[in-house]
Write a new protein. Sequence first.
Length: 402
Amino acid sequence: MRRLAPMLLAALAVLAVACEKKTQPTGEGTRQPAAQVPATAQGGPVPAGDDVIVLGEVGALTGGQATFGISSRNGIALALKEANAAGGVRGKKLVVRVYDDQSKPEEAAQAVTRLITQDKVVLILGEVASSSSLAMAEKAQAAGVPMITPSSTNPTVTEKGDNIFRVCFIDPFQGFVMAKFARENLKLNKVAVLQDNKSAYSIGLTEVFRQKFAELGGKITGTESYSQGDTDYRAQLTAIKKTQPEGIYVPGYYSEVGVIARQARELGLKVPLMGGDGWDSEKLFELGGSAIDGSYFSNHYSPDNPDPRVQKFIADYKADNNGAVPDALAALAYDAARVAIDALKRAPDTSGPALRAAIAQTKDFPGVAGVITLDAKRNAVKSAVVLKVADGKTSYVTTIAP
Ligand code: PHE
């Protein structure tokens, strides 16, 4: 690591593991350098006290979605570092207790229970995957502890209750974006869909895309399913090939999409693949190789955005993370943490009701992944970008406004 996190953060931040160490973390999916925060033994003491405010974070630091959790953690760490360097909140330093949920919703829910009962956090940041956020939201809402998901886009997440917020757009919009792009930009008439039936996110996006694409005059030739963690998609792809689509919508996560792309090409399916934000990972290129070239996906942010505020964030993030360019997860997590800090500053105290009310009032907040105004349903209404994949990287194509 080129630069270590400042002493202060290193001393205060604690990384804990949510579950017993059944397996050794493999480091799989760690596109970015590992922890900026020291790992402590499970259940290690939280540096609580009158001079600190403890936040909770739940993320996939290992497992199938590990790059999501690692990027998010790095984004949150940067936001806290900056806030603490500027004096913290009303003279108190901010610390974050991080739990790894291993990309599993059940672990994510357990982590929330621990954050609330053991660590006594005032607010929870996370998760990325909608299925995990749904499991967490249930617990946070029941306990009256506000939760902000940076990046879960399934609409039902914030419907869990008035303590649950998000700083990103939702899938009814994201699905529309790619349906519109497929029809109007790519001029596709016939598209097949391949969904992950273990993911609330994927199921939700499939439904919206099918509906919107049809509304725009397109035809869905067929819909096939897989389960997260599968490795052989040939049967589904063969079935899809028979329907002769001009494109395939694959609203899954990078870990499966990369492999799907390779197998599709092997079977002679050369049409463009399309997806959503779940594709956003350096690992997609490793797994998909050139098979993913010529594909498109919708996302929250593009590092090509010339806005000086975005470029400053990218430079600061790179400096702390070995030169890694922040992805959408990092940007949204940075924004979520800053929205939380802003609410902490405005709230009269750190009780659940006071914080919840302060977060709900978030308006015109200048995030690096777009300006954040929370609506009555505690969602942010923002534009989406469409990115094209070529030569192992993404490039900005267009922005679609709500
Ligand atoms: N939107 C995805 C979900 O709800 C998570 C995600 C967001 C993944 C942004 C990558 C980038 O499950």
